[in-house]
Write a protein that binds this ligand. Structure first.
Ligand code: SF4
Length: 330
């Protein structure tokens, strides 16, 4: 007797409830799922996704799409949401990447946790259609939570999944999802919208400020933007000051050979990174700001050690910067 043919699908998994439910609903139709998560400087690759995949019992692949994603963040075809989040372009990119994996894995379709009208701009009917068209996988994107409100997809038409067993959820309320989670035994999930810093107003402000002076930032510039306190000094010069040991390490690891790293000698304090200027006056200001966030006594001169990652060390004798008289963090 021949065994039942296994149908495979790939699913976008963020670790949030909607994507977990979407996976579970499709699993319940005996479809084998490979979960995909995407990593960029702005989101992805966190432990919560691994936990979600474990809970669902599905393999997880994390794919780095940083370069492609930065391109769309800088120039989105369909514009931004409230902040710097180009959600329609971003979804299309993720679905396109998922489609590649689908083909490589001989899977049949793509599952997403999108819910019709959950987000007014990026999850209305028109936007969902755009995502599908731009991804190049029209008809193969199944949104199990809202499927009954959407035109039938190929997986439904072909009978790979039963449309009747899909859902008709629409809108922002999460009540039905939470009831469903309780019924399906999904107990651990992350809060909605918590993962992407492009939606965070203060990050968006900093990002716009970076773009003012550096319209084509590198990935390294963007990674740097995600840590520490940021000061715009003069022109394109910016100083990043660590707020804890982890950030100090991260800042040092992101330094490139034209940057200057700084630390106060003789007092505990942050590591800071100056990018975009070699001017002595700018370095002195950067040293004074670095000292401000150290344990040095206000008004007392201190020595700040400065060095380049590829060698060369010197010092600045400065008085710690005074709040209100010097630049404040962005
Ligand atoms: S919120 Fe961020 S991760 Fe989510 S679709 Fe929008 S840009 Fe992409």
């Amino acid at each position: 007797m021949r065994g039942k043919r296994i149908i495979k699908a790939v699913a976008l998994l963020s670790g949030g409830l909607d994507s977990m439910l979407a996976v579970r609903i499709i699993q319940m139709q005996d479809i084998e799922i490979l979960a995909l998560n995407f990593r960029t400087p702005f989101f992805g690759g966190s432990r919560k996704v691994e936990r979600a995949a474990e809970q669902l019992g599905v393999p997880l692949r994390v794919i780095d799409i940083s370069k492609q994603h930065l391109r769309i963040v800088l120039n989105p075809k369909y514009g931004y949401g409230k902040q710097m989040n180009p959600c329609i372009d971003c979804h299309a990119l993720m679905v396109r990447e998922a489609g590649r994996v689908m083909e490589e894995q001989s899977a049949r379709f793509i599952v997403t946790g999108e819910v019709l009208h959950q987000r007014p701009k990026s999850q209305n009917l028109q936007a969902l259609k755009i995502v599908e068209r731009e991804s190049g996988y029209e008809g193969l994107v199944l949104r199990p939570l809202s499927a009954k409100l959407l035109p039938p997809t190929i997986p439904e038409q072909e009978g790979w999944v039963c449309r009747e067993r899909l859902l008709d959820i629409s809108g922002r309320s999460r009540k039905r999802q939470m009831e469903l989670a309780a019924r399906l035994g999904i107990t651990e999930y992350s809060s909605p919208g918590g993962g992407c810093i492009l939606t965070d107003p203060s990050f968006a402000r900093r990002f716009r400020s970076l773009l003012d002076e550096t319209p084509k930032p590198s990935l390294n510039d963007v990674y740097l933007l995600t840590v520490g306190r940021h000061f715009r000094l003069q022109g394109a010069a910016r100083l990043v000051v660590g707020r804890n040991a982890h950030e100090n390490e991260r800042i040092a690891s992101l330094a490139s050979r034209h940057d200057v790293l700084m630390k106060v000698r003789d007092h505990p304090g942050p590591t800071s990174l100056l990018r975009g200027s070699t001017e002595h006056a700018v370095q002195e200001l950067a040293a004074a700001i670095t000292a401000r966030y150290s344990d040095a006594t206000a008004g007392q001169p201190v020595t700040v050690v400065a060095w380049r990652p590829d060698g060369g060390t010197w010092t600045h004798e400065v008085v710690p910067a005074v709040p209100g008289e010097h630049p404040e963090p962005e």
